[in-house]
Design a protein around this ligand. Structure first.
Ligand SMILES: Cc1cc2nc3c(=O)[nH]c(=O)nc-3n(C[C@H](O)[C@H](O)[C@H](O)COP(=O)(O)OP(=O)(O)OC[C@H]3O[C@@H](n4cnc5c(N)ncnc54)[C@H](O)[C@@H]3O)c2cc1C
Length: 397
């Protein structure tokens, strides 16, 4: 019998497995696809991700480092320039395979091409049935992403609400290294577009020889995803004249620990299946890794104390809430505000995008030097001025 079975070898599962193995737990990591596997994603890794890892990411996995952001709002462009890395651009197949190799190196047993079909938790163990055979463990971490089966199989929840899920549609456009070089320029830019989706934003991420272009929208506001993507792509000057491959789409669950239950008897959920993506920009990799590491630590404590009931595992929910759930709550409110004000973009630009404190916040949130809970106060004054302007108070109009 294993101490821990982890379902899914994305960032959440691979990180949970590595941490658990390092703390001495006998761990099995089960993945349905063959590793390395494709995962639709921008592949943007913020500097705070590297700080979470207890190993160095090989240079060859980083296709490009960006240090500045061009924020497009309508026809205006606001340049946020820094001389520090803002995001490391990777391709997920390589990144996730590397994290999985690190789990293996720490002692985890890794089984790929093994689909989990059934999970049964009882008083003595949790049993995981796969296409190949069944396995038993004291505990299970479900890290099988959006649409993975664990949450349903253990009756934690059935589905997400439409407004808590983003539909993200993305394509990789081969433009060649030279064009990528021109696109990033000496300041090393990437691009974000606001006001292009009724409840979301668009992005262009530079990679070695291509640009990853995508746009997201809350499912509750989504009408025609392909029309949304085509209209957005036409706006991006850097893509003019290039063939745009057919885009692919995937869901991002937003809102985190407060929105769905993440523990039941002998089971914890981490990563996308627990909604650990930041609700404003949809950053998920960092929170998946952090959540996976927290889950592994709770698993270690559970095994030490021989306690696997839901009441004990609630510690996990509490720790996730303290580590990032509080920030998600703030980000969720900021997102709802931004999407509600989409028709008043001129004023949003005037009071937010042009405000020095807001710019500093955005850069700090991206590079991880501040958290949403710290940004709340900095955003309060521009928000107050914005409200006064909307009410027609003359000085602020
Ligand atoms: C278009 C798009 C762009 C994005 N861009 C970014 C970005 O730039 N930066 C960022 O931080 N986040 C981004 N995200 C979010 C990010 O991709 C996710 O938050 C992250 O992948 C979640 O990791 P995870 O480990 O929870 O799940 P996943 O990475 O989805 O891994 C889950 C794993 O579980 C496996 N699995 C599923 N079912 C089973 C089963 N039955 N048995 C066994 N294995 C199973 C899957 O094959 C998969 O390997 C983006 C998302 C999308 C959709």
């Amino acid at each position: 019998m294993y101490d821990l079975i982890v379902v899914g070898a994305g960032p959440a599962g691979a990180s949970a497995a590595r941490s658990a193995s390092k703390s001495g737990l006998k761990t099995l990591l089960v993945e349905k696809d063959r590793i390395p596997r494709h995962k639709l994603c921008g592949g943007g890794i913020t500097p705070k991700v590297l700080r979470l890892l207890d190993f160095k990411l090989p240079d060859e996995l980083i296709e490009c480092i960006v240090k500045s952001a061009r924020i497009h709002v309508g026809d205006q462009i606001h340049n946020y320039e820094t001389d520090q890395p803002l995001t490391y651009m990777t391709t997920r197949a390589g990144f996730d395979a590397f994290l999985t190799a690190k789990a293996k190196e720490a002692g985890s047993e890794v089984l790929d091409q093994t689909l989990v079909t059934r999970i049964e938790a009882n008083d003595s163990h949790v049993e995981v049935t796969t296409k190949k055979r069944a396995f038993r463990a004291k505990l299970l971490i479900g890290a099988d992403g959006m649409g993975g089966p664990t949450a349903k199989l253990v009756h934690l929840y059935d589905h997400w609400r439409l407004h808590q899920v983003a539909y993200a549609i993305e394509s990789e456009v081969m433009v060649g290294e030279r064009h990528v070089h021109d696109f990033i320029g000496p300041k090393r830019y990437f691009d974000l577009y606001f006001g292009v989706s009724s409840a979301g934003y668009g992005w262009v991420f530079p990679k070695g020889d291509h640009l990853t272009v995508g746009v997201g929208c809350r499912l509750s506001r989504l009408r025609d995803a392909h029309a949304l993507f085509d209209t957005f792509v036409r706006k991006v000057a850097a893509l003019n004249g290039f063939e745009i491959p057919k885009p692919q789409a995937h869901l991002i669950p937003l809102g985190g620990p407060a929105r769905v239950p993440t523990v039941s008897k002998r089971v914890m959920l981490a990563g996308d299946c627990a909604g650990f993506a930041e609700p404003l920009l949809g950053e998920g990799i960092y929170f998946s890794i952090l959540g996976g590491q927290i889950a592994a630590n709770i698993a270690r404590m559970a095994c030490q104390r021989d306690k696997y009931d839901e009441a004990f595992l609630r510690k996990y929910e509490k720790e996730c809430h303290e580590a990032f759930g509080r920030d998600f709550d703030v980000a969720y409110r900021v997102a709802c505000f931004s999407y509600l004000e989409e028709y008043d973009m001129d004023r949003v630009v005037q009071f937010f995008f042009r405000d020095k404190r807001v710019r500093e916040c955005m850069i700090g949130l991206m590079n991880g030097s501040i958290r949403y809970r710290d940004a709340k106060l900095k955003l309060a004054w521009p928000y107050f001025k914005y409200r006064l302007a909307k009410l027609g108070v003359p000085f602020y109009r």
